[in-house]
Design a protein around this ligand. Structure first.
Ligand SMILES: Nc1ncnc2c1ncn2[C@@H]1O[C@H](COP(=O)(O)OP(=O)(O)OP(=O)(O)O)[C@@H](O)[C@H]1O
Ligand SMILES: [Mg+2]
Length: 256
Protein backbone atom coordinates (compact mmCIF):
# COMPACT_ATOMS: atom_id res chain seq x y z
CA UNK A 1 0.00 0.00 0.00
CA UNK A 2 0.92 3.59 -0.53
CA UNK A 3 -0.61 6.53 1.30
CA UNK A 4 0.18 10.14 0.62
CA UNK A 5 -1.26 13.20 2.27
CA UNK A 6 -1.35 16.77 1.13
CA UNK A 7 1.38 18.57 3.09
CA UNK A 8 0.21 20.21 6.27
CA UNK A 9 1.71 23.59 5.54
CA UNK A 10 0.11 24.04 2.13
CA UNK A 11 1.64 22.54 -1.04
CA UNK A 12 3.53 19.32 -1.54
CA UNK A 13 2.73 15.74 -0.72
CA UNK A 14 3.83 13.71 2.26
CA UNK A 15 4.25 10.06 1.37
CA UNK A 16 3.45 8.53 4.75
CA UNK A 17 3.60 4.91 3.52
CA UNK A 18 5.40 3.91 0.34
CA UNK A 19 4.64 0.60 -1.37
CA UNK A 20 4.56 -1.31 1.89
CA UNK A 21 3.63 -4.98 1.85
CA UNK A 22 2.74 -6.60 5.11
CA UNK A 23 1.16 -9.91 5.96
CA UNK A 24 -0.64 -10.80 9.16
CA UNK A 25 -2.24 -14.06 10.13
CA UNK A 26 -4.18 -15.56 13.00
CA UNK A 27 -1.99 -16.86 15.81
CA UNK A 28 1.01 -14.79 14.77
CA UNK A 29 2.48 -11.81 16.58
CA UNK A 30 3.69 -9.35 13.95
CA UNK A 31 5.36 -6.13 15.12
CA UNK A 32 6.06 -2.87 13.32
CA UNK A 33 8.84 -0.70 14.70
CA UNK A 34 10.29 2.58 13.56
CA UNK A 35 10.92 6.12 14.62
CA UNK A 36 8.25 8.77 15.07
CA UNK A 37 6.75 9.83 11.75
CA UNK A 38 7.87 6.71 9.89
CA UNK A 39 4.30 5.84 8.88
CA UNK A 40 3.37 3.15 11.42
CA UNK A 41 0.01 4.61 12.46
CA UNK A 42 -0.86 5.40 8.87
CA UNK A 43 -0.25 1.77 7.98
CA UNK A 44 -2.43 0.75 10.94
CA UNK A 45 -5.26 3.01 9.77
CA UNK A 46 -4.99 1.55 6.26
CA UNK A 47 -5.20 -1.98 7.65
CA UNK A 48 -8.21 -1.03 9.76
CA UNK A 49 -9.94 0.34 6.66
CA UNK A 50 -10.22 3.75 8.32
CA UNK A 51 -8.59 5.65 5.46
CA UNK A 52 -8.39 4.79 1.76
CA UNK A 53 -5.06 3.84 0.24
CA UNK A 54 -3.55 6.05 -2.44
CA UNK A 55 -2.27 2.90 -4.10
CA UNK A 56 -2.44 -0.81 -3.45
CA UNK A 57 -4.99 -2.60 -1.36
CA UNK A 58 -5.81 -4.44 1.83
CA UNK A 59 -6.97 -7.99 1.34
CA UNK A 60 -8.61 -10.43 3.69
CA UNK A 61 -8.31 -14.00 2.46
CA UNK A 62 -7.34 -12.60 -0.94
CA UNK A 63 -10.39 -10.32 -1.18
CA UNK A 64 -9.82 -6.61 -1.76
CA UNK A 65 -11.44 -4.82 1.17
CA UNK A 66 -12.32 -1.73 -0.88
CA UNK A 67 -14.55 -3.92 -3.07
CA UNK A 68 -16.50 -5.65 -0.34
CA UNK A 69 -20.26 -5.39 -0.06
CA UNK A 70 -21.63 -3.53 2.92
CA UNK A 71 -22.24 -6.78 4.81
CA UNK A 72 -18.76 -8.08 4.01
CA UNK A 73 -17.22 -4.84 5.17
CA UNK A 74 -19.08 -5.12 8.45
CA UNK A 75 -17.63 -8.58 8.80
CA UNK A 76 -14.16 -7.20 8.07
CA UNK A 77 -14.59 -4.58 10.78
CA UNK A 78 -15.45 -7.30 13.22
CA UNK A 79 -12.64 -9.62 12.19
CA UNK A 80 -9.95 -6.95 12.26
CA UNK A 81 -10.10 -5.09 15.56
CA UNK A 82 -8.20 -2.08 16.88
CA UNK A 83 -6.66 -1.68 20.31
CA UNK A 84 -5.13 1.73 20.74
CA UNK A 85 -3.33 3.41 23.56
CA UNK A 86 -5.82 4.25 26.30
CA UNK A 87 -6.12 8.00 26.00
CA UNK A 88 -9.20 9.67 27.40
CA UNK A 89 -11.70 8.76 24.71
CA UNK A 90 -11.10 5.07 24.02
CA UNK A 91 -13.45 4.27 26.90
CA UNK A 92 -16.57 6.25 27.57
CA UNK A 93 -16.25 7.53 31.16
CA UNK A 94 -20.00 7.19 31.70
CA UNK A 95 -20.25 3.53 30.75
CA UNK A 96 -19.65 0.59 33.03
CA UNK A 97 -17.45 -2.25 31.83
CA UNK A 98 -20.42 -4.52 31.12
CA UNK A 99 -22.03 -1.93 28.88
CA UNK A 100 -18.78 -0.98 27.15
CA UNK A 101 -18.18 -4.54 26.01
CA UNK A 102 -21.81 -5.65 25.85
CA UNK A 103 -22.86 -3.00 23.39
CA UNK A 104 -20.38 -4.10 20.73
CA UNK A 105 -21.38 -7.73 21.30
CA UNK A 106 -24.99 -6.74 20.73
CA UNK A 107 -24.21 -4.52 17.76
CA UNK A 108 -22.34 -7.27 15.96
CA UNK A 109 -24.95 -9.86 16.98
CA UNK A 110 -22.35 -12.08 18.65
CA UNK A 111 -24.91 -12.88 21.34
CA UNK A 112 -28.54 -11.97 21.95
CA UNK A 113 -30.34 -11.36 25.20
CA UNK A 114 -29.02 -10.01 28.46
CA UNK A 115 -27.75 -13.29 29.89
CA UNK A 116 -25.99 -14.46 26.73
CA UNK A 117 -24.37 -11.06 26.33
CA UNK A 118 -23.25 -11.00 29.96
CA UNK A 119 -21.80 -14.48 29.46
CA UNK A 120 -19.80 -13.30 26.46
CA UNK A 121 -18.57 -10.21 28.36
CA UNK A 122 -17.55 -12.39 31.30
CA UNK A 123 -15.61 -14.77 29.08
CA UNK A 124 -13.77 -11.89 27.43
CA UNK A 125 -12.81 -10.39 30.80
CA UNK A 126 -11.53 -13.74 32.04
CA UNK A 127 -9.45 -14.17 28.90
CA UNK A 128 -7.63 -10.92 29.71
CA UNK A 129 -7.06 -11.95 33.31
CA UNK A 130 -9.79 -9.83 34.94
CA UNK A 131 -11.05 -12.47 37.33
CA UNK A 132 -13.49 -12.91 38.83
CA UNK A 133 -15.16 -10.94 36.06
CA UNK A 134 -18.18 -10.14 38.25
CA UNK A 135 -15.98 -7.81 40.26
CA UNK A 136 -15.41 -5.63 37.22
CA UNK A 137 -18.73 -5.63 35.37
CA UNK A 138 -20.16 -2.64 37.23
CA UNK A 139 -17.06 -0.49 37.29
CA UNK A 140 -16.61 2.77 35.48
CA UNK A 141 -13.30 3.52 33.73
CA UNK A 142 -12.17 5.84 36.55
CA UNK A 143 -12.56 2.93 38.98
CA UNK A 144 -9.95 0.93 37.07
CA UNK A 145 -6.18 1.20 36.91
CA UNK A 146 -4.45 2.05 33.64
CA UNK A 147 -3.55 -1.58 33.08
CA UNK A 148 -7.12 -2.69 33.79
CA UNK A 149 -8.49 -0.11 31.35
CA UNK A 150 -6.16 -1.43 28.69
CA UNK A 151 -7.35 -4.96 29.46
CA UNK A 152 -10.96 -3.84 29.03
CA UNK A 153 -10.07 -2.47 25.58
CA UNK A 154 -8.52 -5.82 24.71
CA UNK A 155 -11.54 -7.68 26.12
CA UNK A 156 -13.86 -5.53 24.02
CA UNK A 157 -11.85 -6.37 20.91
CA UNK A 158 -11.74 -10.12 21.54
CA UNK A 159 -15.43 -10.29 22.48
CA UNK A 160 -16.02 -10.00 18.72
CA UNK A 161 -13.92 -13.09 17.90
CA UNK A 162 -11.45 -11.19 15.71
CA UNK A 163 -8.78 -12.87 13.62
CA UNK A 164 -6.41 -9.92 13.79
CA UNK A 165 -5.92 -7.14 16.34
CA UNK A 166 -4.16 -4.01 15.17
CA UNK A 167 -2.57 -2.54 18.29
CA UNK A 168 -1.01 0.90 17.97
CA UNK A 169 1.20 1.74 20.98
CA UNK A 170 -1.25 -0.28 23.08
CA UNK A 171 1.07 -0.70 26.06
CA UNK A 172 3.39 2.27 25.57
CA UNK A 173 1.83 4.44 28.25
CA UNK A 174 1.90 1.78 30.98
CA UNK A 175 4.46 1.40 33.77
CA UNK A 176 7.01 -1.34 33.24
CA UNK A 177 5.49 -3.90 35.62
CA UNK A 178 1.92 -3.30 34.41
CA UNK A 179 3.13 -3.34 30.82
CA UNK A 180 4.63 -6.79 31.23
CA UNK A 181 1.32 -8.18 32.51
CA UNK A 182 -0.76 -6.69 29.70
CA UNK A 183 1.76 -7.88 27.11
CA UNK A 184 1.66 -11.38 28.52
CA UNK A 185 -2.14 -11.39 28.27
CA UNK A 186 -1.96 -10.23 24.66
CA UNK A 187 0.68 -12.77 23.72
CA UNK A 188 -1.24 -15.60 25.41
CA UNK A 189 -4.30 -14.82 23.28
CA UNK A 190 -2.43 -15.98 20.18
CA UNK A 191 -2.60 -19.44 21.77
CA UNK A 192 -5.91 -19.37 23.67
CA UNK A 193 -8.10 -17.88 20.93
CA UNK A 194 -5.70 -17.96 17.98
CA UNK A 195 -5.84 -14.24 17.31
CA UNK A 196 -3.01 -12.57 15.39
CA UNK A 197 -1.50 -9.13 15.96
CA UNK A 198 -0.15 -6.23 14.04
CA UNK A 199 1.54 -4.62 16.99
CA UNK A 200 3.01 -1.16 16.58
CA UNK A 201 5.55 0.14 19.05
CA UNK A 202 8.62 2.24 19.63
CA UNK A 203 9.66 -0.18 22.29
CA UNK A 204 12.23 -2.70 21.04
CA UNK A 205 12.48 -4.69 24.28
CA UNK A 206 8.72 -5.28 23.96
CA UNK A 207 9.20 -6.53 20.41
CA UNK A 208 11.96 -8.85 21.48
CA UNK A 209 9.79 -10.29 24.21
CA UNK A 210 6.66 -11.10 22.24
CA UNK A 211 6.98 -10.75 18.46
CA UNK A 212 7.26 -13.61 16.00
CA UNK A 213 7.95 -11.47 12.97
CA UNK A 214 9.09 -7.85 12.68
CA UNK A 215 8.80 -5.08 10.11
CA UNK A 216 11.07 -2.05 10.43
CA UNK A 217 9.80 1.24 8.99
CA UNK A 218 11.70 4.37 8.18
CA UNK A 219 10.29 7.44 6.39
CA UNK A 220 7.35 5.52 4.94
CA UNK A 221 9.34 2.51 3.75
CA UNK A 222 9.59 -0.95 5.19
CA UNK A 223 13.39 -1.17 5.18
CA UNK A 224 13.71 -4.61 6.71
CA UNK A 225 11.54 -7.49 7.79
CA UNK A 226 12.11 -10.94 9.18
CA UNK A 227 11.58 -13.43 11.96
CA UNK A 228 12.29 -11.79 15.32
CA UNK A 229 15.25 -13.94 16.28
CA UNK A 230 17.01 -13.38 12.98
CA UNK A 231 16.31 -9.66 12.98
CA UNK A 232 17.71 -9.10 16.47
CA UNK A 233 20.67 -11.43 16.03
CA UNK A 234 21.66 -10.34 12.56
CA UNK A 235 20.13 -7.03 11.47
CA UNK A 236 20.78 -6.33 7.79
CA UNK A 237 19.72 -2.74 7.24
CA UNK A 238 21.86 0.06 8.70
CA UNK A 239 18.73 1.66 10.14
CA UNK A 240 17.81 -1.53 12.00
CA UNK A 241 21.32 -1.64 13.40
CA UNK A 242 21.00 1.96 14.53
CA UNK A 243 17.69 1.21 16.23
CA UNK A 244 19.17 -1.77 18.06
CA UNK A 245 22.28 0.15 19.06
CA UNK A 246 20.10 2.90 20.51
CA UNK A 247 18.55 0.35 22.86
CA UNK A 248 21.42 -0.71 25.13
CA UNK A 249 19.35 -3.26 27.05
CA UNK A 250 19.15 -5.16 23.79
CA UNK A 251 22.68 -6.40 23.71
CA UNK A 252 22.89 -10.11 22.82
CA UNK A 253 19.63 -12.04 22.86
CA UNK A 254 19.44 -13.80 26.22
CA UNK A 255 16.03 -15.39 26.13
CA UNK A 256 15.02 -16.30 22.63
N1 LIG B 1 -3.91 13.15 8.22
C1 LIG B 1 -2.67 13.51 7.88
N2 LIG B 1 -2.46 14.60 7.09
C2 LIG B 1 -1.22 14.95 6.71
N3 LIG B 1 -0.11 14.29 7.06
C3 LIG B 1 -0.24 13.21 7.84
C4 LIG B 1 -1.53 12.76 8.29
N4 LIG B 1 -1.35 11.65 9.06
C5 LIG B 1 -0.03 11.41 9.09
N5 LIG B 1 0.64 12.34 8.36
C6 LIG B 1 2.10 12.38 8.14
O1 LIG B 1 2.51 11.11 7.71
C7 LIG B 1 3.76 10.74 8.28
C8 LIG B 1 3.64 9.46 9.05
O2 LIG B 1 2.81 9.67 10.20
P1 LIG B 1 2.38 8.49 11.17
O3 LIG B 1 1.45 9.07 12.16
O4 LIG B 1 1.90 7.36 10.37
O5 LIG B 1 3.78 8.12 11.85
P2 LIG B 1 4.08 7.14 13.09
O6 LIG B 1 5.16 6.23 12.65
O7 LIG B 1 2.83 6.54 13.59
O8 LIG B 1 4.68 8.15 14.18
P3 LIG B 1 4.60 8.09 15.79
O9 LIG B 1 5.59 7.05 16.20
O10 LIG B 1 4.99 9.44 16.23
O11 LIG B 1 3.19 7.72 16.18
C9 LIG B 1 4.19 11.94 9.14
O12 LIG B 1 5.02 12.76 8.35
C10 LIG B 1 2.88 12.63 9.42
O13 LIG B 1 3.07 14.02 9.63
MG1 LIG C 1 1.83 6.59 15.46
Amino acid sequence: MTKSFRGRRGGGQVVAVREATLRAEPGQFVAIVGESGSGKSTLARLLLDLIPATGGSVELDGKDVSRLTRAERREYRRRVQAVLQDPAGSLNPRKRVEQTIGEVVRLHKIARGRDAIRQKVTEALELVGMEPAERFLDRFPHELSGGQRQRVLIARAISLDPRIIVADEAVSALDASVKAGVLRVMADLTQTIGVGYVFITHDLPVVRKVADYVYVMKSGDIVEEGPKDRLFADPQHPYTRTLLAASPELAPLENP
